[in-house]
Design a protein around this ligand. Structure first.
Ligand code: C2E
Ligand code: CA
Ligand code: CA
Length: 635
């Protein structure tokens, strides 16, 4: 039996006092009358718990809770308010007029803000018998009275840890205080609502944790991808443009490695703080991980806001920062791509921004680059070449040619330099300048060097066994090896396996390698200890410090072709070559002139006391059989 349905029409015909009296007597008899409904109440209570467990939205559950207690106490109206900071937000009130709900929504809590505003403020139950006369309702009773509410009891809804999450309000249309049963209902209804509120609060917290990057407060990677999906859909529908800005700090690893992750983290926080004002009106900023940030910027049909923001980010990030009393300067590289020009879906537009970022890094860092389709074509070609080179090295499709170095006084071949060649049926002849760089970048230089070294050493041993004993073998070694702890073992292994005499082996390194880095020097010492000779290749084109020459036990200086090329026509080049020769001799090195192409050059170098010359004049790099012919002629 639904008592409220019976009472309501009766109430309409009575005076306020009469109706209040009747309602009170109904309340008093409630226990007896409603006894049969108790089982139904328990069933519904269980249903609510199930709804909470199933993740049904809070608003639906609030309504169900309200209706449950309203059916239990005829004439009662319930409301649930959530507390957000110091503000009450409408949760559910199935039988309250919309106008009242709207009025209460957004109410600031305080020591005398009605029943719910006060209970959430004090954390204690508030019983207001008569709204009309209670001082706590003085300022807001105008919201309630027109709708017939006269009494209001409020129970603060608390989390398991005691935090106030909201308020459960019970209203009657006449002045009243709760009886024992109503008091219990108030408590249990608030308890039920607290389970819903705590569930949602926890969910919100979990979402927040998953969606924000704790270090910087920017969006997390997960949230970023989610938002970007939505943005692409919106942009598709509304034909909008946006820009994706990828930022990567240059060499940030050094800060972590040198000063620890604590300092690194503080640095990232500092950068985030400096970026915040720049990205104020942009759509989204995220730390994608490590030292990578991504900004989404809305663009109109004609704007290039992304470029302007990128420029400001570059400037801001490169400002000097102080952390723990130490000054830091950091640069960054930025890649930009635009939707829809550079990608019509999330994956493609991000890939384009990433490609542009790599361009910026490749071009020397500390700059921004906007994506261009040509980058992808080049990157795909590069990738293709990488794969083919890997196969070529694995299948030993790399061949080795040798170029003689001739002593100018005697015309004897005293050294041969091993140079590798790669011919691919599709790519044709690939220049070593090109594929050595790829091998260095991809780590393939290690097996390549080992292969070249082993093949050349085997060849040199064969020549020696054939009687050309005074010949020395020169092999080029990439700078990358000097940071590889496996480099010396690699050399030792090859020497052992090929039975090559280390005294007949010369390793050519470029000037960058001979810098005064302690690790490099150690490698040089160990090579020398093995008896191996060292040559500085391409001398004059790099930046070698004379200080490093002082510490190094070098045997040969190879003057770069660049100086030899115009030695006949440019007196400056002549002086430079002469000075280099003089300096090298004083330091005890012998000198090789590279790229000697004609007799005139050789004739000019001889009186300058240049010891050795290498170049097309004597022979192009060639196959071993041709070298043998040359060696035979010399014997
Ligand atoms: P590099 O070590 O300076 O080698 C000399 C380069 O000059 C060779 O080019 C050679 O063919 C070229 N050359 C020699 N004489 C003349 C001449 O008279 N005129 C002209 N125009 N060129 C001359 P290549 O073989 O194309 O090698 C280019 C570079 O590739 C080498 O320069 C070296 O840095 C690198 N490289 C070649 N093979 C290897 C290798 O096995 N390992 C490493 N790490 N690098 C290698
Ligand atoms: Ca060389
Ligand atoms: Ca050279």
């Amino acid at each position: 039996m639904n008592l409220s349905k019976i009472i309501a029409p009766q109430l309409l015909k009575m005076t306020w006092n009469q109706s209040a009296h009747l309602a009170r007597s109904v309340r008093a008899n409630y226990r007896r009358v409603n006894h049969n409904n108790r089982r139904d109440f328990n069933k519904q209570h269980t249903q609510i718990l199930e709804m909470i467990g199933k993740g049904i939205p809070a608003a639906d559950i609030y309504n169900k809770i309200g209706l449950l207690y309203e059916s239990r106490h005829p004439g009662l109206r319930c409301s649930m308010l959530e507390l957000h900071g110091d503000t009450l937000i409408h949760g559910g009130a199935p039988s309250m007029p919309e106008e009242y709900c709207r009025a209460v929504n957004g109410l600031k809590i305080g020591p005398d803000i009605g029943s719910c505003g006060t209970s959430t403020y004090t954390g204690k139950r508030v019983i207001v018998e008569n709204i009309e006369t209670d001082p706590r309702w003085k300022n807001i009773k105008q919201f309630a009275l027109p709708h017939g509410m006269r009494s209001c009891w409020s129970e603060p809804i608390k989390s398991s840890s005691g935090e106030v999450l909201g308020a459960f309000g019970m209203y009657y249309d006449y002045p009243a205080t709760p009886n024992k049963d109503e008091s219990k209902s108030l408590e249990s209804a608030a308890m039920l609502a607290s389970i819903v509120m705590e569930r949602d609060k926890n969910q919100k917290r979990i979402k927040e944790l998953a969606y924000t990057d704790e270090l910087t407060g920017f969006s997390s990677r997960a949230y970023f991808y989610l938002k970007l999906e939505t943005l692409v859909k919106e942009a598709q529908q509304n034909k909008q443009r946006f820009g994706v800005i990828f930022i990567d700090l240059d060499n940030f690893k050094n800060i972590n490695d040198s000063f620890g992750h604590d300092v690194g983290d503080r640095y990232l926080q500092d950068i985030a703080k400096r970026l915040t004002p720049i990205i104020n009106d942009s759509y989204l900023i995220s730390r994608l991980g490590g030292d990578e940030f991504c900004i989404i910027v809305k663009e109109s049909a004609t704007t290039q806001n992304s470029e302007q923001i990128a420029l400001r980010c570059l400037n801001e990030i490169s400002q000097t920062t102080e952390i723990s009393g130490r000054e830091f300067v950091q640069s960054c590289s930025i890649g930009i791509a635009h939707y829809p020009e550079h990608g019509r879906d999330v994956t493609t537009v991000l890939k384009s921004a990433d490609t542009a970022l790599y361009r910026a890094k490749d071009a020397g860092k500390n700059q921004y680059v906007t994506y261009d389709k040509a980058f992808t074509i080049a990157a795909e070609y590069q990738f293709n070449v990488e794969q083919l080179l890997r196969c070529a090295i694995d299948n030993k499709d790399i061949t080795i040619v040798y170029q003689p170095q001739v002593e100018l006084n005697t015309q004897r071949v005293i050294t041969v330099e091993a140079l590798c060649r790669w011919y691919h049926p599709e790519l044709g002849q690939v220049s070593p300048d090109e594929f050595i760089k790829i091998a260095e970048r991809t780590g393939m230089i290690k097996p390549l060097t080992e292969y070249v070294l082993a093949t050349a050493c085997k060849q040199a041993v064969m020549w020696k066994n054939a009687g050309y004993s005074r010949i020395r073998l020169a092999v080029n070694i990439s700078a990358a090896h000097f940071l590889d702890p496996d480099f010396i073992p690699l050399i030792e292994r090859v020497l052992y396996e090929t039975k090559m005499d280390p005294n007949d082996l010369e390793l050519e390194v470029t000037e960058t390698v001979i810098q005064t880095k302690p690790t490099h020097q150690l490698v040089f010492k160990r090579l020398k200890a093995l008896g191996i000779k060292l040559a500085i290749d391409d001398f004059g084109t790099g930046y070698s410090s004379f200080a490093s020459l002082k510490h190094l036990d070098v045997d040969v200086l190879k003057i770069d072709k660049y100086f030899i090329d115009d030695i006949l026509v440019d007196r400056k080049s002549q002086y430079l070559v002469e000075s280099m020769i003089g300096m090298a001799h004083n330091l005890g090195y012998y000198v090789v002139a590279e790229g000697v192409e004609n007799q005139e050059q050789a004739q000019l170098l001889k009186p300058m006391s240049c010891d050795v010359a290498q170049g097309y004049l004597f022979s192009k790099p060639t196959h071993p059989e041709n070298i043998e012919t040359l060696l035979r002629q010399a014997h």
